[in-house]
Design a protein around this ligand. Structure first.
Ligand code: HEC
Length: 145
């Protein structure tokens, strides 16, 4: 799968998730979903630029990457307690492998933090989307329904 496919898939998943948010009763689950949605929103900003749907703006791109890093840093704290909700897509494996789950969150944080200083040209966006998308996937494929 090329970077563009990964990016498109992530954006599609984001649109679906925005609807899935409604009806969540447990505020702790809502908070972690909101954190994920914020990550996805910022990834979308990068994805739109990567596809040329919005104009390339290095500062905005770096800002979006920085925001992903900030939100990723809150992921272990948001997921630490084993909270449930009928709307949740979190798999129980998160809490039996919490160290690995947290490591995947820090990996996203460090990739995004790196990009927050390294994105300079539109050509940097494809690889950026590729590495971010792979990081989302490495966690979702194991820990999300
Ligand atoms: C460390 C693991 C991990 C990483 C890394 C991760 N996610 Fe998630 N994500 C989850 C889990 C677990 C859920 C399910 C949460 C729930 O439903 O309780 C989730 C849910 C989501 C949702 C749905 C939120 C909702 O409203 O239900 C979106 C959108 C999302 N992630 C986007 C992303 C994107 C984009 C990235 C990468 C830039 C990413 N995630 C990286 C673990 C991760």
């Amino acid at each position: 799968m090329n970077n563009r496919c990964i990016a498109a898939g992530v954006i599609l998943a984001t649109a679906t998730a925005a609807l899935a948010h409604q009806g969540v009763q447990n505020p702790a689950v809502k908070a972690r979903m909101d954190g994920m949605s914020a990550i996805a929103e910022n990834l979308k900003t990068l994805g739109m630029m990567a596809r040329g749907a919005t104009k390339f703006d290095a500062e905005a791109a770096k800002g979006a990457a920085a925001a992903i890093a900030t939100h990723a840093s809150t992921v272990p704290g948001l997921f630490e307690a084993n909270e449930t909700d009928p709307m949740s897509e979190a798999k129980p494996a998160i809490w039996t492998n919490f160290e690995d789950f947290s490591a995947k969150a820090s990996e996203l944080e460090s990739i995004a933090a790196g990009l927050s200083t390294s994105i300079m040209t539109p050509e940097d966006l494809g690889p950026a989307m590729g590495s971010l998308g792979a990081s989302c996937k490495s966690c979702h494929s194991i820990y999300r329904e």
